[in-house]
Design a protein around this ligand. Structure first.
Ligand code: FAD
Length: 286
């Protein structure tokens, strides 16, 4: 199924992101975790693509497994970072054979040494290629607080508009911990003529280290209210996990109350965290 058809039917969607293993020996445990997450009946699941294309093979492997064993609609990610046109053809042929109809088209984070063999500079170049050569439903990334490399938010939204004009069917946001930032972003992109569905990316922060790592990479603002939670419970793993699940659930409830209908949860391959969120929303999603 094409994800855009799910998004256009006016119902709430809750989707989950998982990531592939870096090493073959972890394939089985990741399969098991992602299958448990699939049992929660998300609207669809996305599978990330390793930084610099390192876990490329496993991305499709995990996506295929979810589709075949759990009947889940899936969306593998693909990044430009080390992508040649030859590799893009191989990847899209494989998706076609597997009956996968969705793809998340990204640039990816640049390698620290700047060295890479690639033929697509920005996500927009990959989106153009996919639109011209495949029938895939294409997702793209967006950044409510601006992408870290952007000179300013206006420039970032200008480039976002180019991605949508090139054929990106919907957008998924980077994580954010303050919903007002998302509401402001949605207002700004709609003003800029970007009218595709936007999925709000929610990252449940369930341990202290995860917060510093995620924030260092993305530059996401951490509101005082959330910082106080991490300061108070960060050294108590079970309490921090519970607080993180509740904070993410509250974010989602506020979004749904404000008519943001599509939520994408970054599960970090943790079935118990995804389950905790779904439990907190059980009546709300009925
Ligand atoms: P782009 O849209 O190409 O933007 C990158 C930067 O270039 C921005 O600053 C933008 O303003 C600027 N820009 C865009 N177009 C142009 C242009 N034509 N000319 C000049 N500048 C331009 N990374 C992974 O490695 N694997 C994943 O699976 C993955 N999944 C992700 C999922 C989501 C929902 C999100 C939000 C991010 C994900 N990332 C992933 C991280 C992402 O790859 C990085 O944030 C990356 O730095 C930017 O990717 P992009 O697709 O947004 O790039």
């Amino acid at each position: 199924m094409k994800i855009i058809d799910l998004l256009n039917n006016d119902k709430i969607t809750i989707s989950f992101e998982v990531f592939p293993p870096k090493k073959a020996e972890n394939l089985e445990s990741v399969r098991t975790a992602t299958e448990k997450i699939a049992c929660l009946h998300p609207s669809f699941m996305s599978v990330t693509y390793g930084a610099a294309g390192t876990t490329a093979g496993y991305t499709i492997e995990i996506a295929e497994n979810l589709k075949n064993s759990d009947g889940i609609t899936v969306m593998p990610h693909l990044t430009c970072v080390t992508l040649t046109e030859k590799k893009a053809v191989e990847m899209t042929d494989r998706l076609k054979k597997a009956g996968i109809e969705n793809i998340m088209a990204l640039r990816g984070d640049l390698p620290a040494d700047g060295k890479r063999e690639h033929e697509f500079e920005h996500a927009v170049d990959l989106i153009r290629y996919l639109k011209a050569n495949t029938d895939l439903c294409i997702g793209g990334a967006c950044y409510p607080e601006g992408h870290v490399e952007s000179a300013n938010k206006a420039e970032d939204i200008g480039y976002l508009r180019e991605k949508v004009d090139a054929g990106c069917d919907f957008l998924t946001t980077q994580m954010f911990f303050d919903n007002n930032i998302l509401y402001n972003f949605l207002y700004r992109i709609r003003e800029a003529g970007i009218n595709v569905p936007v999925l709000a990316g929610i990252m449940p922060i369930c341990n202290k280290r995860q917060l510093s790592r995620s924030v260092a990479l993305s530059g996401t603002n951490v509101p005082e209210r959330f910082r106080a939670i991490v300061d108070r419970f960060g050294d108590h793993p079970a309490a921090m996990k519970q607080a993180g699940i509740i904070y993410a659930s509250e974010q989602i409830i506020d979004l749904l109350a404000n008519n943001v209908k599509h939520i994408h949860v970054y599960t970090m391959n943790k079935p118990d965290i995804a389950e905790g969120i779904m439990h907190n929303l059980s009546e709300i999603l009925k």
